[in-house]
Design a protein around this ligand. Structure first.
Ligand code: HEC
Length: 152
């Protein structure tokens, strides 16, 4: 019995201590004319879907929910956001070369088609981010047809 109580106190102690290691939840400044949706002039349906399903991890417009302040969940979240932005950052679209923009859009179409994106672990909680078959199709067509948004 004594042992059990010790372990519970230890676990609570560890959970409390790790709360000291906070993640930074401030977004970098958003420059609208570098944003993908501005540059590409995407129609409303595409805008809504990308904002709902992709922007939390692939832009500087991340919405941090309350549990993003609670370790160790916060660390996992930070990792997804960091990695996501490294792969493709819609807020820094204007900084990519035209070739890169073409390649990234092709990748987007592919990832959506294969159901790799948005991440499953994300849509379980953010049910609104789950793409319907219809919105999936529109996104795949959109990313597939626009080979180079910088020419528009
Ligand atoms: C929960 C965070 C999250 C969301 C939401 C999300 N992604 Fe990602 N995305 C990632 C991470 C992390 C990676 C890099 C690791 C990987 O490929 O799993 C990534 C990688 C990618 C890649 C690059 C794949 C590669 O092989 O380099 C593309 C393209 C992409 N995402 C597009 C999208 C699109 C489009 C959406 C919305 C429909 C989306 N993502 C939603 C986190 C996310």
């Amino acid at each position: 019995m004594k042992n059990k109580r010790f372990i519970i106190i230890l676990v609570i102690g560890i959970l409390l201590i790790i709360q000291l290691f906070r993640i930074n939840t401030t977004n970098p400044e958003i420059i609208q004319n570098k944003d993908y949706l501005t540059v590409s002039g995407a129609p409303q349906e595409i805008r809504t879907n990308l904002k709902n399903s992709c922007y939390d991890c692939h832009s500087y417009e991340t919405n941090y929910p309350w549990y993003s302040k609670v370790a160790p969940v916060s660390w996992l979240l930070k990792n997804h956001i960091q990695e996501g932005r490294e792969h493709i950052n819609f807020s820094a679209w204007g900084d990519y070369t035209p070739e890169k923009q073409v390649a990234l859009q092709e990748e987007c179409a592919g990832e959506i088609e294969k159901n790799n994106m948005p991440l499953k672990s994300y849509t379980i909680i953010h049910t609104k981010a789950k793409l319907t078959p219809g919105s999936k199709k529109s996104l795949v067509v959109w990313f597939g047809q626009i080979k180079n948004s910088s020419n528009r």
